[in-house]
Design a protein around this ligand. Sequence first.
Ligand code: GLY
Ligand code: MN
Ligand code: MN
Length: 421
Amino acid sequence: MGPDAVAIVSGARVINRSGDTSYRFRQDSDFWYLTGFDHPDATAILSTVPGRPAYSLFVQPRDRAAEVWTGYRPGMEGAQSNYGADEAADSAELLARLPGLVEGAARLYHAFGRRPDLDQKLIEIQDALRLQSRRGASPAAEWVDPRSIVHEMRLFKSSDEIELMRTAADISREAHSEAARHIAPGRYEYEIEATLDWVFRRRGAWGPAYSSIVAGGPNAAVLHYVTNDQPLRAGDLLLIDAGCEYQSYASDVTRTYPVGGHFEGPGRALYDVVLTAQQAAIAKAVPGTNLPALHDLTSRILVEGMVELGLLAGDVDELIQSEAHRRYYMHGTSHWLGLDVHDTGRYTDGEKPRTLEPGMVFTVEPGLYISEHDETAPEAFRGIGVRIEDDLVITPEGSENLTEAIPKRPADVEAWMSASP
Ligand code: GLY
Ligand code: MN
Ligand code: MN
């Protein structure tokens, strides 16, 4: 933050769902990362202004009547004794206390646009300080978005964070295992989703890190299909993109299963191409390379495979150059993964792609999606979608595949599906 700086970081609030019901509370990832405080309506003030507390935490106070309804609150005392705050105060006092907290700050860290009441108050305070310049007051010379610092910190995972992500990956492995054994013609997509949720919660995960995609047959070609309400049909593939959130850390796993228990025909052919692309990219995920290089590699292998299968026609280089493959591969190969499923951190260094370094965690998730309505595609391939997705952490020597234990070679997937409980 530098000297004479104050940062204001707000936590999440409880969001109304409908009527008088709320969504289950989930702390803001930045706030969680900085404070570990998992209760709503809290704000942290971090200060390097001499003579001020370095860390003030504004929280909901203890309130026996309220706690009967919504549960335990650490209150101001807990904020200091359990969360390391130098001082704590009631969230209801934040706006009134803000002038004193930001006075003397030459640089203010605040993310505009999240809390209009805070935005407005800070602008008023800075204006008032300007008007008081004769008594020596001065507004902050710089306003900086704290996310410019925190999001880069979050990109590099510590060994403790990686250990949590290993656990998240293992819970997702067990969930996919449970799901795989329940896949059968006639079952509904939501039944499979329920087996995933059951394992997530059974193992203490918060739940899914994002809405689980359980997409049978042509639904797999709808990238964000989450209605999950159709019956499974023999001969179709079932794409399951589901990962749990454990201690706020996401896993993000896709496997594509044959509903009938055996890969066959055009589905198998597409599957083999996607698997080859995915394995090649994983082998190249080492320090010094970058995500666009992995995407170029998966794209090339997918194009070569599509030419062989007759989905694309022409010269491989020219097809890549003209992005012909985007018709069937319309998303990127990777994204950062961490407290958020699409995690924070810059993807570029100036003009250049970001070099991969130890501690970075990301997905490798090539896929091919042929819409059932695509009349230009060979008929046999219409209505098939395949994606295979793993979570990698870059290590000094190469990379660790956090989700490697989830089978993906066709014979292994088939064996897994037929395994008894
Ligand atoms: N499930 C979200 C993603 O794969 O990016
Ligand atoms: Mn995914
Ligand atoms: Mn993903």
